[in-house]
Ligand binder design. Structure first.
Ligand SMILES: NC(=O)c1ccc[n+]([C@@H]2O[C@H](COP(=O)([O-])OP(=O)(O)OC[C@H]3O[C@@H](n4cnc5c(N)ncnc54)[C@H](OP(=O)(O)O)[C@@H]3O)[C@@H](O)[C@H]2O)c1
Length: 253
């Protein structure tokens, strides 16, 4: 298949583009700054560039950059530019469709609604927090709160499966997580300390991210990991320990 991948220089897009390429698909890596042979220019702020970038493809992996209030307009313009694309897989965020009041979740919900209302063949994936090996484990959450986490490779595997088995993913919104751990558990795996800070401190950095961590703490994400993993046994679903140490099992074929 010919598949365009937005955000291909970023965490999710790169994982998706690499996996699809390794599976033999023809991948258009969308970026504002093409450098490599499979890079194609596309800018969310220039819808005409997306029209061109999405021409004559079988599938689109759509992410939206975290760009504040303009994220909704960027995502909606991208959905419109993809109106002729046979299957759009949009990556949103876990529980973004729940009227959370978290600004960057609500912008994604607006894009999801536009996609569902205007595109005949769509899938929404709602990834949890991305696993990371970088920096300290410093979070504004209680030490006992288990955070839902996802490996970018598992987002990619779900997206690839959606393109390969469209009927199984048709008009579905699926929240996805690979593992669930407390801050101290993550820190122990990385042989480091957990640094707990307050929501008030987080607020001084970003009221949007503070709202997200308040939601995680006070409401909690609604995502049944065992049920998800049972429904999609072909995904590797990396544990944080295996992902951090690189001991992960290869994805089953
Ligand atoms: N981090 C998490 O834990 C988490 C969890 C769930 C959901 N999310 C969501 O994931 C999204 C970010 O995904 P990511 O972390 O994979 O991305 P990322 O690593 O932050 O990279 C951003 C990507 O966006 C592209 N981009 C930025 N502005 C653009 C524009 N105007 N036109 C075209 N491309 C543009 C960049 O491409 P170029 O610079 O090459 O053009 C780059 O590939 C956000 O919406 C965030 O809310 C994140």
């Amino acid at each position: 298949m010919k598949i365009a991948v937005t955000g291909a220089s970023g965490t999710q897009g790169n994982a998706v583009a690499c996996l699809l390429t390794s599976q033999g698909h023809e991948v258009r890596r969308i970026t504002r700054n093409p450098k490599h042979p499979n890079d194609v220019h596309g800018d969310f702020d220039r819808p005409a560039s997306l029209e061109q970038a999405f021409a004559d493809i079988d599938g689109l992996f759509l992410m939206t950059p975290l760009s504040g209030p303009s994220e909704a307009a960027q995502g909606i313009a991208a959905v419109d530019a993809a109106r002729h694309v046979p299957h759009v897989v949009f990556t949103s965020a876990t529980n973004a469709d729940r009227d959370t009041g978290i600004p960057h979740f609500d912008t994604k919900a607006a894009i999801e609604r536009h996609l569902a209302a205007n595109h005949p063949h769509w899938t929404v994936l709602g990834p949890a927090a991305f696993m990371s090996r970088e920096g300290p484990v410093a979070l504004p959450i209680p030490r006992t709160l288990k955070l839902h986490l996802i490996a970018p490779e598992d987002i990619a595997a779900m997206a690839a499966l959606a393109f390969e088995q469209p009927a199984r993913f048709h008009h579905r919104r699926i929240d996805i997580a690979s593992d669930r751990l407390t801050g101290p558990e993550m820190a122990a795996i990385r042989s480091t300390e957990f640094v707990e800070f307050t929501l008030a401190q987080a607020e001084t950095y970003s009221s949007d991210l503070a709202a997200m961590f308040r939601y995680f703490t006070e409401t909690g994400l609604d995502l049944d990991i065992p049920a998800l993993h049972a429904e999609f046994p072909e995904i590797a679903w990396h544990t944080y320990a295996d992902w951090v140490t690189g001991r992960a099992e290869p994805r089953p074929e």
